[in-house]
Design a protein around this ligand. Sequence first.
Ligand SMILES: Nc1nc2c(ncn2[C@@H]2O[C@H](COP(=O)(O)OP(=O)(O)OP(=O)(O)O)[C@@H](O)[C@H]2O)c(=O)[nH]1
Ligand SMILES: [Mg+2]
Length: 313
Amino acid sequence: MEKQENMKNRVKEGPVQESTTRSAMITICGRPNVGKSTLTNALVGEKVAIVSPKPQTTRNRITAIVSHGQTQFVLLDTPGFHRPRTRLGDYMVNVVRESVADVDAVLLLVEPIPSIGPQEEALIQRIEEQELPSVLVINKIDTIEREKLLEVMAVYHERHDFEAIVPVSARTGEGLQDLLQEMEAFSEEGPHFFPDDMITDQPERQICAELIREKLLRCLEKEIPHGTAVEITKFSERESGITDIEATIFCEKESHKGIIIGKKGAMLKKVGELARADIEDFLGTKVNLQTWVKVKESWRDSLAQLRNFGYTE
Ligand SMILES: Nc1nc2c(ncn2[C@@H]2O[C@H](COP(=O)(O)OP(=O)(O)OP(=O)(O)O)[C@@H](O)[C@H]2O)c(=O)[nH]1
Ligand SMILES: [Mg+2]
């Protein structure tokens, strides 16, 4: 009788399929400037997230899609975890907290420093609270000696039971294959969440706005670029193949506006030229980019303005 039941079950399930798809959703988190977006881009093989030498470059959660054999990894690049000083900061930190939940695993990206800072401590606590499997990824190993690396590994190993510790350089690509291999452990059989040729869920115009913001971060000093937001007000492709883009750069003070425009418009021209070149590469068309600068006092502390710029839950 038991045997018959087994036979019936087998017929119902059908033959075992040879090739099955797998997927995993994995959050990348860490303090500002540790290289989360650089790592995201390196794993995707294309630029989907802007990168700058200044902390707090990423403001939103960025979904990036990576194909690895039969597996589709959905990576969530997050803002740097920091102590917020504005409502925008509150939003960014909340994005991180919400991204370290309901995923298959978390990559905690750290600097190659043999001490655990308050940001890492808070993120480890969040990972423990959510009972999520995690991999410690020690980035920027191109900048340190091997002995130092062992020290860093020991300090973190003592603090938390990571599934794996992987040293990498997001800049040179060292260690990335090992990292992908470790990430496979979190994949499960099932359909892919996104089409296989998709690399990010961000709309084209949002990426264009981000590329302009990246140039502001790279060209301007101190607090000024952190108080900027970019809105695309026109985005249309002509039949001849040229894309017309109009963008407004918002800043927080009249004095900042003067600096962003620069002497005889030199700074704005430089930002525009750098951004246009990148946008042309990204869209694969010629681009006619027009930029304006406007002031919105203290927008980073205004809920209405944050919503307006898309920094909403
Ligand atoms: N030497 C070296 N520099 C790196 C590496 N990875 C990233 N960087 C640099 O670190 C800086 C910050 O990189 P991002 O990728 O913007 O860092 P992030 O963690 O996304 O920063 P936020 O979005 O501000 O949280 C940039 O200047 C990168 O070029 C690396 O492996 N080695
Ligand atoms: Mg980033």
